[in-house]
Design a protein around this ligand. Structure first.
Ligand code: PGA
Length: 253
C-alpha cells in the first residue's frame, strides 16, 4: 500500500509562512517520492493561499476540522462545500485536541465523518488513548469505542476515502513516541476491526501513526506491516524534517 505522509500544522503559520513552505517543498524533486502520498493541513486562513491543484501535483491539501453542517446560521463554522471549492483533498476529524479541548463528542465526530465522506472528501479519523487509559491497559477498549462509534453508520462505498490515524494522546507533542512494536500491535487491532466491518475494503484502508514522529524514528515505525504512514505535527512545520520523513516512507515502500 502507498505510504501516506500528512502534516498537521495545528495553530501555526500565517498564510505567508504557509506559502513559503509550499514554495520550498514544491521546488524539491518530488518525483523520487512518487510512491508516497504527501499532504499538509494548514489553518483555514492559509488554505486559499496554497498552490492550486495542478501546481501542487501529488501533494494533498487538507483542513484540520470541518463543520458538521453544510450551510446556514452557524457562526464561525467552515463547511465541506467551502473546502471543496478550494480543492481541499482531505480533512482531519476527531483529533484528540478537538475531543479534549473543544469538547467534540462521539456523535459530533461521527456526523462530521459521515458528511465529509458523503461529499467525497477524504477523511482522516484520529483515535487514541490517553496516558491514564494506557496505564490502565484500556487502549483497545477506548480505540474500539472511538472507531466503532464513528464508522457505525458508514456504507462501504463511502468508506473508501477513509484513513485512520492512531495517535496515543501521551505521545502527541511530548517527544515520547510509542515503540514500533506497540504501534504495530495497535494497528493490527485496528485492522481487525476494519476487516470485521468491511472484509475486503478493510485491508486497503491506510492506518497512519501519529505522536512525535520525526526523522529519527520514522524508518522503524514505517517498517512495521500495518503502519501505512504518519500524521505529523511538530516535525511537519519544517520542510527539511517533513521531507526526510517522507524519504524514510519511500525506503520502506
Ligand atoms: P506531534 O503531533 O507529531 O507534534 O506529536 C501529532 C498530531 O497531533 O497529529
Amino acid at each position: 500500500m502507498k505510504k501516506v505522509i500528512l502534516g498537521n500544522w495545528k495553530l501555526n503559520k500565517t498564510h505567508r509562512e504557509a506559502r513559503d513552505f509550499f514554495d520550498e517543498i514544491l521546488k524539491k524533486d518530488l518525483s523520487a517520492l512518487s510512491d508516497v502520498q504527501l499532504g499538509v493541513a494548514p489553518s483555514f486562513t492559509s488554505i486559499g493561499f496554497a498552490p492550486e491543484k495542478d501546481k501542487r501535483g501529488q501533494f494533498w491539501l487538507g483542513a484540520q476540522n470541518v463543520s458538521a453542517y453544510l450551510e446556514g446560521a452557524y457562526t464561525g463554522e467552515v463547511s465541506i462545500k467551502q473546502l471543496r471549492a478550494l480543492d481541499v483533498d482531505f480533512v482531519i476529524i476527531g483529533h484528540s485536541e478537538r475531543r479534549a479541548l473543544f469538547a467534540e463528542s462521539f456523535e459530533l465526530i461521527s456526523q462530521k465523518l459521515n458528511l465529509a465522506l458523503k461529499h467525497s472528501l477524504k477523511a482522516v479519523l484520529c483515535i487514541g488513548e490517553t496516558k491514564e487509559e494506557y496505564q490502565a491497559g484500556q487502549e483497545q477498549e477506548v480505540i474500539e469505542k472511538q472507531l466503532s462509534s464513528a464508522i457505525e453508520a458508514l456504507e462501504e462505498t463511502q468508506a473508501k476515502n477513509l484513513l485512520i490515524a492512531y495517535e496515543p494522546v501521551w505521545a502527541i507533542g511530548t517527544g515520547l513516541s510509542a515503540t514500533p512494536d506497540q504501534v504495530q500491535k495497535t494497528h493490527a487491532f485496528i485492522r481487525s476491526l476494519l476487516t470485521k466491518k468491511w472484509p475486503n475494503l478493510g485491508n486497503d484502508l491506510p492506518i497512519l501513526y501519529g505522536g512525535s514522529v520525526k526523522p529519527e524514528n520514522a524508518y522503524e515505525l514505517f517498517s512495521e506491516k500495518d503502519v501505512n504512514g504518519a500524521l505529523i505535527g511538530g516535525a511537519s512545520l519544517k520542510v527539511d524534517s517533513f521531507f526526510q520523513i517522507a524519504q524514510h516512507a519511500r525506503r520502506t515502500s
